[in-house]
Write a protein that binds this ligand. Sequence first.
Ligand code: SIN
Ligand code: FE2
Length: 224
Amino acid sequence: MSSRPRSRRQDPRTQSLLPRAARERIAEDAVLLAGAASADAPALLAALQPVIAQAPWRHMVTPGGLTMSVAMTNCGHVGWVSDRRGYRYDSVDPDSGRPWPGMPALLQRLAARAAAMAGFAGFKPDACLVNRYAPGTRLSLHQDRNELDLSAPVVSVSLGLPAVFLFGGLRRADPAQRIALLHGDVVVWGGRQRLAFHGVTALADGEHPLTGACRINLTFRKAL
Ligand code: SIN
Ligand code: FE2
C-alpha cells in the first residue's frame, strides 16, 4: 500500500510481534506514531458510543452543494461543520440544536500524549472530529484551516480498517507521500506542516474485528 517500509518483525524467542518503529518522521514537523493508540483502541471505541448516540453520524454538505461520502460527528467544546454557508466550528450540533457531546477524558489524554511524543507539548484540543469511512469512501486533498490557533498541531488517530493517507506540501499541486495507516496509528502535524494538504484514498473492502467494515478516524484540533 505504501512505498514506506513498515517493519512487522517477529521476536524469534516468543514469536510475538515486535513493535514497528515507534516514531517515523514524515516531514520536518509531521510524525507518524505507529500503533500509539492500539492499546487504548477498545476503550476509545467504547467511549465513542455515547457520543454517537447523542450526536449521530451524518453526511454533511459542502458549500458547493456536494454531499460528503465520509460520515461525521464531533465531540468537544466545538464541532467542525459544513453546509451551504461554508466550513466552520460551531458549539451547537445543527442536527439537534444542542451542544456537541463533551470530549471523553480518555480521548483528550491520548491526543495530548501523542502531541507531546511528536514534540508539541501542552496540546489541549477543544474539538474532535470523528470520521467514518466505509469501503469506497475517500477524502480529497484539503488543508485544515478553519482553526483560529494554527500554532497547535493536528492529531489524527486511525481505528479499524487500514487506509492510505496522502500527505502533501503547502500547495495543492505539491507531490503527496502515500502513507499506510493501520489500526492504532497516530499522525501528528503542526509547525511548518500545519497547513499541509492531506487526504485519504478510497478505502478498500475489509472487515476489522473492532470496527467491522469501516475505518474510524479521530481528528483533534485546537479550534478556538
Ligand atoms: C481529516 O483530514 O479530517 C481526516 C484524515 C483521516 O481520516 O486520516
Ligand atoms: Fe483534514
